[in-house]
Design a protein around this ligand. Structure first.
Ligand SMILES: C[S@@+](CC[C@H](N)C(=O)[O-])C[C@H]1O[C@@H](n2cnc3c(N)ncnc32)[C@H](O)[C@@H]1O
Length: 391
């Protein structure tokens, strides 16, 4: 066991990490190091505790107050599923009547905690030594969860269902293309992951940019957003999903789901209301289906803005009331803002190359009024749509 791994098991190191987490701010880390060194504490232990303190503070975003008592690794914290999303994963297993789950590659245990909190019997398998130490600690007080330090590919599954959240080996690459995707880019390897999901009812968490054309057609695919962020693409196999189904899922305090089939929508002029669909609808390619079912239309091909004459209120849409539609011409926009006394301007853009950062200083905004300016295409024309957000 390395020294760092042994700190995960040391009550003194863990106590120090909690103490530092309560004191650490943006400017005092050096002062804290000096203070603890003067007390004769092992410098390696101070480094461990300081790192853990910083993870605990960052972990509050994902875990709330519980983070103070948890242990992390840098990548384990980054890859950890947000707790509301982990609860949604667990609810899918519960709804399918599955009472036990093996988490193959459990990281620091966010999904495993979510499963256990929902009452599932959890076996959490992890082979990275430090992540395993964190996992073991984070599950220690949970009676219905067991942590095993093992290679997932050697584990004998004895649960009814399986959860797989493979690590991307090339984390710095944001997007995937068909040419670049190799099963070995994932750990556990994607071939292993799909093989297990063909044998057991399983959930698989992948990046939301995973190519649609590489999704096996016997799995259900969900694109998931959480408070406006696109967080994952989840595949469900066996009794956990319906083969070939595509869904956009918005997870928050409530869960909203929308099923569709990649329909095209009509393209027409901007009408009284303009809408931004939720990112999960956009990435699942279900904007067309949503538009057709709700009396909305696109305003340009390939651009995810919708419009309608009648107001549609929906959690899937951020709505704006259109005031005017101008050509995307700086002089005309500047004159418009000046004439209408617009000093506060939210600038959005989609499908055009003008950036809000470049445009804003050129408008020399002043005045008491506020508006939103949407830079986009209407048909093939570049336009600036002046609108007011509907709260
Ligand atoms: C994306 S993380 C899991 C995050 C976890 N779902 C959470 O919410 O905290 C993937 C984990 O799988 C582990 N892993 C990768 N290959 C593995 C293998 N062959 N056996 C066991 N664990 C493995 C990695 O070390 C990493 O901690």
């Amino acid at each position: 066991m390395s020294q760092t791994e042994s700190f995960f098991e040391s009550p003194e190191a863990r106590k120090l990490a909690v103490e530092i987490a309560k004191r650490l701010d943006a400017n005092n880390s050096l002062a804290l190091i000096n203070e603890y060194r003067k007390q004769g504490i092992d410098p390696e232990m101070i480094t461990f505790a300081l790192n853990q303190a910083s993870y605990k503070q960052r972990g509050m975003v994902k875990f709330g107050e519980r983070a103070i008592d948890m242990l992390f690794t840098e990548s384990g914290l980054e890859q950890a599923t947000r707790q509301e999303v982990a609860s949604w994963h667990a609810s899918r297993f519960k709804e399918a009547g599955i009472a036990s789950v093996t988490d193959l590659g459990a990281g620091i245990g966010s999904d495993a905690i979510g499963f256990a909190k929902a009452g599932l019997e959890v076996t959490a398998v992890e082979n990275h030594p430090e992540s395993f130490q964190a996992l073991k600690h984070n599950l220690a007080t949970i009676a219905n969860a067991t942590a095993l330090e093992q290679d997932a590919t050697n584990h004998q599954i004895s649960s009814a269902g399986v959860w797989l959240d493979p690590a991307r080996r090339d984390q710095d690459r944001k997007s995937l293309t068909v040419q670049r995707l190799e099963p070995s880019m994932f750990s556990p390897n994607l071939d292993f992951v799909f093989e297990i999901a063909n044998q057991y009812p399983a959930g698989i968490k992948l990046a939301p940019g995973f190519p649609h054309e590489l999704i096996p057609n016997n799995f259900e695919a969900n694109w998931v957003s959480h408070h406006g962020d696109l967080v994952e693409m989840t595949l469900w196999s066996g009794s956990l999903g319906q083969p070939g189904i595509k869904k956009a899922v918005m997870v928050g305090e409530a869960v909203n789901e929308f099923v569709g089939t990649d329909q095209l929508a009509a393209i027409s002029q901007v009408e009284r209301y303009l809408y931004e669909p939720d990112v999960s609808l956009i990435r699942s390619h279900l904007v067309g289906d949503y538009a057709n079912q709700n009396g909305l239309h696109l305003i340009s091909e390939q651009i995810a803005y919708l419009s309608s004459a009648k107001l549609v209120s929906s959690p899937w849409l951020k709505g704006y009331e259109v005031q005017d539609v101008l050509p995307l011409d700086i002089k005309q926009i500047k004159a418009y803002c000046s004439k209408h006394d617009i000093g506060v301007l939210e600038i959005k853009k989609r499908g055009v190359d003008v950036t809000p950062e470049a445009l804003r200083p050129k408008l020399k905004l002043k005045g008491a009024g506020a508006a939103t300016l949407v830079l986009t295409k209407v048909g093939s024309a570049r336009q600036a749509i002046v609108c007011k957000s509907i709260r």
